[in-house]
Write a protein that binds this ligand. Structure first.
Ligand code: SF4
Ligand code: SF4
Length: 111
């Protein structure tokens, strides 16, 4: 009988920086508060991207992409957000290891 301990499972809350959550449906999900912040920060570049590349998702002024986020950038073996300091609030609240992270990593599109 083999008494070897099973391999330690990957920490479910440790972000692997795989970038998959930023490549799924509803990436760059933007809310009116984000638009206001970017106006105040004079981030016309981001505002232009949102205006031209995202689609309205509901009647609350939210919009999102249907594909990979243009602000996702590769850094060697990992990915990072090139607008990290002012990324959308939804992105900032995203928790590595939560159900959406798991879905993205399993290749299931988020709703
Ligand atoms: S803004 Fe940044 S964190 Fe949000 S989807 Fe794009 S790359 Fe990911
Ligand atoms: S899918 Fe999960 S592990 Fe991968 S970058 Fe996003 S939060 Fe991190």
């Amino acid at each position: 009988m083999n008494h070897t301990a099973p391999p330690v499972e990957e920490d479910p809350i440790q972000c692997q920086r795989c970038g998959l959550c930023c490549q799924v449906h509803l990436a760059l999900l933007t809310r009116p508060d984000d638009l206001e912040r970017w106006r105040n920060q004079q981030r016309d570049d981001i505002l232009r991207t949102v205006e031209t590349e995202t689609q309205v998702t509901n009647g609350m002024g939210d919009s999102a992409l249907t594909g990979p986020c243009p602000y996702l950038e590769r850094q060697g073996a990992v990915w990072h957000c090139s607008i990290y300091d002012t990324r959308p609030l939804v992105c900032a609240k995203f928790q590595p290891g939560d159900s959406l992270c798991s879905q993205a990593r399993r290749g299931i599109d988020t709703p």
